[in-house]
Design a binder for this molecule. Structure first.
Ligand code: FEO
Ligand code: CA
Ligand code: CA
Length: 730
């Protein structure tokens, strides 16, 4: 047995102890605070009075939002394709060990951990797990964010109208070592065996797979001998661009000039650009590093401040122990880089800056295997969960919206200096240089009256200079590399773990999932944008079930520095009291811990869960929604004694459960073919709670078609189609 247990995200979720300006704002609001509410019947009866719903025109001033100035929407969506209502039969909550889809639909497993993407490599065999290096040509683990890129088979380039051929690009966030290795992870003389470490690093990163759809029956298969199939791993060489590229903050033994690095990992949510490239995110990257207790003694105080703000305190151990491997297959340097200790005279001779080389948005051109993927430093460094482009409009600057998934972290946007030009489609990394290296980074502040501000994070602006008393910023390289410290300094709003971001193609509004926050109402004070603190009898406190906030840029332009917001949806169990089940969810649409989220190009919103609070009743799920717009509810609501602003009430006509996953999984990653006839989702970490490789609590994906399967669980991509060949949710 081993001392490695399944990864616990609590290890790296709490690093914002800043007393930023926002906290003062909260104290200044004369809002009654914090009622601890139980969902028991008696608690509900007693505390229902604490909740008040007030209609528009109520005497409360904060319900009257400023009017929006609107401009006509461009013809960005096909109005014939958006369903007017959700017609599929909602899937019931359940604890079955399969993916369950609505009547008339079918789910097929497409791509599971260890599956070969090259004919020279054998198929997966549970009883003969392939060696580490072979995972360079196999599916990684813990599938996450994912996008489909139509492939014009004649030109070999991106075509957003093609469904018959495409490149399916997906993240492999982390690993489930219990099942990745023949008998779980091991150590020999205190060190991780090199083959296991290579298997683990290769099982991280990104997959690019060529898939083919038969338009007569919607069957999808992987084109195994395609030249497009490839893996990007935690060892792939990458370039830096943007303001931190070439900075001393990125200097390492591998690249003293700070222009290159190796690998991407903890790739969580994703994004895609209108020019046809994929954006992967580096989320909980910090836990891969070790730092000795004595390292602080060699550091400037400001370096220690920065390391701690990102969660790497002196004395931290690493999640997987990659630094302990002895290099016989690969150079030793590949393992040494996971120690962030100062061990040499300057940064060009050790990996003291290793942590600074992760935490970025990485652009990958799925159609171009010759050039390095590019880490776009202008978009800031934090625990990136997702990165969604604004609508591609020739009359507006491109923008990218992003969340930092940790308790009490922030929502950011990057606004390009350039407006979109259709001439740039298929321009690859050179076009990425244009739109993503030049622009302004902002962080969001949500006010109690439904307004909000984007606060610029630029060197020399808003107090981001050498005299700053949180961190002495000397350049834009400092600001982007330590974006969290910059955001603390300008008083951004601490959110309930911002996960995925979705942009409504109809009106450009931006939705952000706030998955949950056990510290809300305690170490993180309640505020209007994060208004809930209650307890769950099965465990959990604070914002137990999460919510989805949305915002509308003023004057409908991405360059706006002000916006209006409301809360679109509150997660809750249907049986909870009205003052917790604030969105009036019922058995057809109740959910907990929204995480993955995507607007398909028709305007259907897909919401996925990564939950631990409702899993006594149901496995994680995906729902479809037809939301309205910011301000459609004009309601104020008082939750836990905290007033907030919510949108129109949902019903099971506008929000309903589309699928449930197998045991112990999270549902994450969603994309479709452009004809809307196939939707892809990922099942991450089925059987996550298994304590040993020989005692799996799930047998998925084998259990999908064989209820007596005994195989080990594997993360996998699933494709869902309609038996009659119709459009999904159409
Ligand atoms: Fe990787 Fe925040 O989930
Ligand atoms: Ca997530
Ligand atoms: Ca997650």
């Amino acid at each position: 047995m081993t001392d490695y247990l399944p990864y616990d995200e609590n290890q790296e979720l709490d690093n914002n102890t800043s007393d930023n300006h926002h906290f003062r704002d909260i104290l200044e609001q004369s809002i009654s605070r914090r009622a601890l509410i139980a969902k028991t019947a008696s608690g509900a009866a007693a505390l229902a009075l604490a909740s008040s719903l007030a209609g528009c025109g109520d005497s409360d001033n904060s319900s009257s939002l400023p009017p929006t100035e609107t401009v006509p929407n461009p013809p960005a969506i096909d109005p014939n394709a958006k369903p007017e209502q959700l017609n599929f039969t909602p899937v019931a909550k359940n604890l079955n060990d399969i993916v369950t889809v609505p009547d008339g639909y079918e789910a097929n497993v497409l791509y599971a951990l260890g599956d070969s993407i090259n004919p020279a490599y054998s198929d997966w065999d549970d009883n003969n797990i392939p060696n580490g290096p072979s995972f360079q040509f196999r599916s990684g683990d813990c599938h996450d964010g994912m996008s489909f890129f139509g492939l014009n088979i004649t030109s070999g380039r991106y075509d957003p109208t093609v469904s018959e051929h495409g490149l399916l690009v997906m993240n492999h966030e982390y690993i489930n070592p219990t099942f990745l290795h023949p008998q779980g992870p091991t150590k020999v003389d205190g060190r991780r065996p090199e083959d296991e470490v290579i298997r683990e690093t290769n099982a991280h990163g990104v997959s690019i797979i060529h898939i083919k759809k038969d338009n007569s029956n919607q069957k999808i298969e992987i084109v195994k001998n395609s030249i497009y199939n490839r893996r990007i791993t935690a060892s792939t060489v990458m370039s830096f661009s943007g303001p931190a590229s070439g900075s001393t903050l990125l200097s390492t033994r591998f690249s003293p000039g700070g222009k290159l690095t190796r690998g991407t990992h903890n790739n969580c949510g994703n994004g895609y650009t209108p020019w046809g490239t994929y954006l992967t995110t580096e989320e909980n990257f910090i836990g891969y590093f070790v730092r000795s207790k004595t390292d602080d003694a060699h550091r400037l105080p400001q370096e220690t401040v920065a390391l701690e703000r990102y969660g790497l305190k002196a004395g931290s151990s690493s999640r997987y122990g990659w630094e302990s491997a002895i290099g016989t297959i690969e150079p030793q340097d590949l393992y040494d880089r996971w120690s962030a200790d100062i061990t040499a005279g300057d940064a060009s001779k050790d990996y003291r800056n290793g942590p600074n080389t992760f935490g970025w948005i990485v652009e990958i051109d799925p159609f171009d295997s010759r050039q390095n993927p590019v880490k776009r430093t202008a978009l800031g460094r934090f625990a990136h969960e997702d990165c969604r482009a604004s609508r591609a409009r020739e009359d507006d600057n491109l923008a990218f919206y992003m969340g930092d998934d940790s308790r009490g972290e922030y929502i950011y946007k990057f606004v390009s200096d350039y407006k979109w030009s259709e001439n740039d489609r298929n321009g690859g990394y050179a076009v990425g240089d244009k739109y993503m290296d030049h622009g302004k980074l902002y962080v969001a502040k949500f006010n109690a009256d439904g307004s909000g501000q984007w606060i610029e994070l630029s060197y020399g602006i808003n107090g981001l200079n050498e005299l700053n008393n949180i961190y002495p910023f000397n350049s834009q390289a400092d600001v982007v590399t330590f974006a969290r410290l910059a955001a603390d300094s300008v008083g951004a709003t601490k959110m309930d773990r911002p996960e995925w971001v979705a942009v409504n193609p109809e009106n450009g509004e931006v939705y952000v999932t706030l998955t949950n926050n056990s510290n809300r109402g305690t170490t993180h004070a309640l505020d209007a944008a994060n208004p809930r603190n209650y307890s769950d009898p099965e465990g959990g406190k604070g914002n137990v079930n999460g919510h989805i906030i949305r915002l509308h840029e003023d004057k409908d332009t991405t360059t706006a520095i002000t916006f209006r917001w409301d809360i679109y949806l509150f997660g809750a169990e249907a049986k909870m009291a009205q003052n917790i089940n604030l969105s009036g969810l019922n058995d057809n649409n109740d959910l907990s811990s929204p995480d993955g989220m995507w607007f398909d190009p028709r305007g259907v919103l897909w919401i996925q869960t990564d939950d631990g609070a409702y899993t006594d009743t149901t496995n994680c799920m995906m729902l479809a929604a037809l939301p309205g717009k910011v301000g459609d509810g004009t309601r104020t609501i008082t939750s836990s004694g905290q007033e907030t602003i919510v949108g129109a009430q949902v019903s099971d006509q506008t929000l309903r459960r589309f699928l449930t996953g197998p045991k112990g999984c999270e549902i994450t990653g969603v994309t479709m073919t452009p004809d809307y006839k196939a939707i892809f989702i990922n099942v991450q970490h089925p059987g996550e709670d298994s304590r040993s490789y020989d005692k799996p609590t799930s047998h998925w994906p084998a259990s999908q078609t064989n209820s007596s399967a005994t195989s080990r669980p594997r993360s996998a991509t699933v494709v869902i189609t309609r038996k009659d060949g119709g459009t999904i949710a159409g």
